[in-house]
Design a protein around this ligand. Structure first.
Ligand code: SER
Length: 312
């Protein structure tokens, strides 16, 4: 990667990723873009307003900055997608089609995040393999499977350098996630600090894969810098560094804040989504093909999250 365009850069992943890329590649080589603007934009020298469903604007911005890599993060998440599947399809698939076409026109590499949402109730739940049944029951999941296959297709048919990761729930302190099912695992830390209590919309006993944002950011960079000859899977790799349910997360927070309490007000929509997803992914192929190597487990993440959030 030399000159990078990030779409959806004001979102949960984009904010952390842009900051790290500027450190590593120089701020003159990181172009951020999003539909709206955030408070941080004045500090972003190369921000472009971009609606990814506008293919012409997408192409012109990528061409103007002469980018060699597109990190296409703009997307609608699972819970919002269940409320408005048409909007999800328009943004997630329309945006991806444009990203692929721009990559093809300009010969750029393309990163596209997939998700644990690309799996469904008929997928093996524990140690979910890299290649397995993918019949999701959410609009988000359907768009992720279609997106994975489209990336595969563009690689095979046109030789586009597509790469992707099936992200689990991502936990971070800089920007909030926007309408996902795994968001409880972020909100719990904010409420722990504010009121020593959290009411969870996901039920006790519901395990999901998760990862701390610094590991997610490094994994994007490691994957994009990997030797293309070693990459067999061009759709998306399973990545995860922990798997827990709300009770296990509570215990981890209580190690730092013994008076923290948790109760439940389960949201049936998000609970059904969570139950359709795996409990734990097998990440062997990511380790083997490009050296996936996450640093944070649950307790290390909890200590860091609470420290960073309280100083914020
Ligand atoms: N964090 C996402 C969501 O919950 C999963 O990819 O929608």
């Amino acid at each position: 990667m030399k000159k990078i365009l990030i779409t959806g850069s004001t979102g949960q992943i984009g904010v952390d990723l842009a900051e790290r890329l500027r450190e590593l590649y120089g701020k003159e080589n990181v172009i951020t873009s999003a539909r709206g603007v955030s408070a941080d934009i004045p500090n972003e020298p190369l921000f472009e307003k971009l609606d990814v469903t506008d293919g012409k604007a997408f192409y012109e911005i990528a061409k103007k900055h002469n980018v060699d890599t597109i990190l296409h993060l703009a997307a609608v998440l699972s819970a919002v997608g269940e409320k408005d599947p048409e909007l999800l399809w328009h943004i997630n698939m329309g945006g991806l089609q444009n990203a692929l076409d721009v990559s093809k026109e300009l010969g750029t590499a393309l990163f596209v995040p997939s998700s644990i949402g690309a799996f469904g109730p008929s997928t093996p739940k524990v140690n979910t393999p890299q290649v397995t049944i993918q019949r999701p029951t959410t609009a988000y999941g359907v768009s992720k499977v279609a997106g994975e296959l489209l990336c595969d297709y563009y690689h095979l048919k046109f030789g586009i350098d597509t790469r992707g990761l099936r992200f689990p729930g991502l936990i971070s302190y800089k920007a909030l996630p926007g309408g996902g099912t795994t968001d409880y695992a972020v909100h719990i830390y904010y409420d722990a600090l504010k009121q020593k209590h959290y009411t969870s919309f996901i039920a006790a006993g519901t395990k999901m894969d998760m990862m701390y944002m610094p590991d997610a950011v490094e994994s994007i960079i490691d994957l994009m810098e990997a030797d293309p000859a070693k990459l067999v899977d061009r759709n998306a790799f399973n990545v995860s560094s922990m798997s827990f349910d709300p009770e296990e997360l509570k215990v981890s927070i209580q190690k730092v804040m013994p008076d923290f309490t948790l109760d439940y007000d389960v949201d049936p929509v998000r609970q059904a989504i969570a139950e359709s997803w795996p409990d734990s992914l097998d990440c062997t192929e990511a380790k083997k093909q490009w050296g996936f190597n996450p640093q944070y487990d649950l307790d290390a993440m909890t200590v860091d999250m609470l420290e960073k959030l309280s100083s914020k």
